[in-house]
Design a binder for this molecule. Structure first.
Ligand SMILES: C[S@@+](CC[C@H](N)C(=O)[O-])C[C@H]1O[C@@H](n2cnc3c(N)ncnc32)[C@H](O)[C@@H]1O
Length: 233
């Protein structure tokens, strides 16, 4: 089985895993964007009672919040350390999430069509072959189901904001968190979706204002963006 994973990327997340739920740590941006993306997913697909798979779940920030919104959530990741932190945090939060060590491709081979909603957030820019991950997402979601992606655009502004700005100037993220060559243009992600049999329902931008330190959703897809895709019924 092709794991479609970069061991150096997994190592980076494993080394930081113990700080995943520290809202002032390297994971602060994920904590700050979580309410925005959770609300967007819920508005578009209605989380309550749905079977959800969260791919590249890490320490479980999004997984837990979707469980709290009433979904039955499974989270998968290839970092054992991140999964360990995610499992431990359930004792603190009292939420119920089922965590597994698996890649999207491996999980798709066993659980095709089992999910109403598949989420794959801030993960595609860390894998060698994002088209393969997108194809696995399309296989995992049921006909008529929803897939949500978020990732980083590839252009000069994205390099300035997501690499130079976030890692070197504002120091929101550790240096080396992001590799510019792995950034993905919305047109490329849309093509991967269509090739996998997913229709694009929405492309949405997410911006960060360094002046107010506030994230917001809107039309600006130049740096961070989200895609809502649907599998034909
Ligand atoms: C930036 S974190 C995002 C975590 C979570 N999705 C969120 O947005 O809160 C990226 C996660 O992707 C995981 N990851 C990287 N490559 C992966 C792969 N090939 N398969 C599964 N998970 C992977 C990492 O271990 C890490 O937990």
């Amino acid at each position: 089985m092709n794991m479609n994973a970069d061991p150096a990327e997994l190592q980076k997340f494993s080394e930081l895993a113990h700080r995943w739920w520290d809202t002032t740590s390297e994971f602060k941006p994920l904590h700050e964007i979580n309410p925005l993306r959770l609300d967007w997913i819920d508005r578009n697909a209605g989380l309550a009672g749905k079977r959800v798979l969260d791919i590249g779940c890490g320490g479980g920030i999004l997984s837990e919040s979707m469980a709290a919104a009433g979904a039955q959530v499974i989270g998968i990741d290839l970092s054992e350390k991140a999964l360990g932190v995610a499992r431990l945090h359930l004792f603190e939060s009292g939420q119920k999430v089922d965590y597994h060590h698996a890649s999207a491709e491996e999980f798709a081979a066993q659980h095709a069509g089992e999910f109403d909603i598949v989420t794959c957030m801030e993960m595609l820019e860390h894998v060698p072959d994002p088209a393969s991950t997108v194809a696995a997402c399309a296989q995992l979601v049921r006909p008529g189901g929803h897939v949500f992606f978020s990732t980083i655009n590839r252009n000069f502004k994205a390099y300035l904001f997501a690499v130079l700005g976030a890692e070197y100037i504002l120091k929101l993220l550790p240096r080396g968190t992001h590799d510019y060559v792995r950034f993905i243009k919305p047109s490329e992600l849309a093509r991967h979706c269509r090739q996998a049999g997913l229709e694009i329902a929405e492309l949405l931008g997410m911006s960060y204002s360094p002046l107010t330190s506030v994230y917001s959703l809107g039309n600006d897809t130049d740096v961070n963006y989200l895609i809502h895709a649907k599998r034909a019924a």
